[in-house]
Design a protein around this ligand. Sequence first.
Ligand code: IMP
Length: 428
Amino acid sequence: MPGIVIVGVQWGDEGKGKATDLLGERTDWVVKFNGGNNAGHTVVIGGEKYALHLLPSGILSPGVNAVIGNGVVIDLEVLFQELDALGARGIDTSKLRVSANAHVITHYHRTLDKVTERFLGKRQIGTTGRGIGPAYADKINRVGIRVQDLFDESILRQKVEAALDQKNHLLVKIFNRRAISADEIVEDLLSYADRVRPMVCDTGLLLNDALDRGEVVVFEGGQATMLDVDHGTYPFVTSSSATAGGAATGSGVGPNRLDRIVGIVKAYTTRVGAGPFPTELFDEKGEWLRKTGFEYGTTTGRLRRTGWYDAPITRYATRVNGITDLVMTKLDVLTGLDEIPVCVAYDVDGTRFEEVPVNQTDFHHAKPIYETFPGWSEDITGVRRFEDLPQTAQDYVLALEEMSNTRISVIGVGPARDAVIVRHDLVD
Ligand code: IMP
């Protein structure tokens, strides 16, 4: 079972880094296939906390080959900041490989991200402001800059000039900002060329060869299903393919090489940024979830919106991704609640919807229909076998498993690396 995809089920921040880390010792390769430094993984190893935004979390496991695939947009300044920070803490990052076809995020992408959001006013997406959307827009508009362009100055200059042509009109005439000079951008990008060059290769070839040898390749998705540009709550989404299909296009392997699709789902729900969120709580329970689960954005420090578990969303994610296994994280956060509501369906203006409505307006109007489960008060952070969980915690997990149409193979019971209950091996 060498090709394993990890995707978020909800709106991100499900704790995917922990799942990648769990596979760590048996992983030969870990690939980031979408997104950029809008992501945020927090991994705790030996009491030390690592917050990564751009690098795949597998980079923290010794012996793992980390790859940034063609589907990623790379802010080179952030790449080297993260590498330097890990180097300073004694982490060896020399095995990192970067796709020659990945696009780069430049100064003008970051600027456009921020001014466009401001321009949208109350229709804001609530982006991370890292230039992700504008970089992907350039890619699709065929005016993007790829990593390989850094190695040919004359091509680079032509491409930067072409990319800036329309943008400077926009910046000056619409957004009232100063024009950005091509020289400034070219100089900045070239300053990274020598350092990035040894990392750059045909990563698709590298990964196909690894799979041919039977090595274990983990495809680590950034963001999550409900933030996917095609399948998420558009337009309140990120600009990349965060679902399992994106693992193939974003890394250059065929879909038939993806053997296992692991969905990461929190035992409750959170969301950063704007957009519909049917189970969102606006009361003290929501605040309690935020505090207890430490739900503050890793990337922007924004408060995460919090709410109860939404079973139709997990069913939807299972279908869209072809999820074979779920990893349920943060079950311990629910400890201490007398009862735990779970959304089992929606009420949309008097009509019951069992599944996520296809129509955006319906989803905006969806009111959760809850079923309530008894809680537990025992500390579960030390539990390592499912049958040792309090009966009500077992019942909660089993009920969610049935509603999700997929087995819950791993349960996270605490922030530490080993705080997991493994019911089914993810690599067999
Ligand atoms: P962008 O990815 O910066 O364009 O932001 C688009 C939307 O995706 C916003 O609502 C962000 O808050 C959200 N988003 C992007 N990356 C993450 C993530 O890693 N976790 C949670 N939300 C994210």
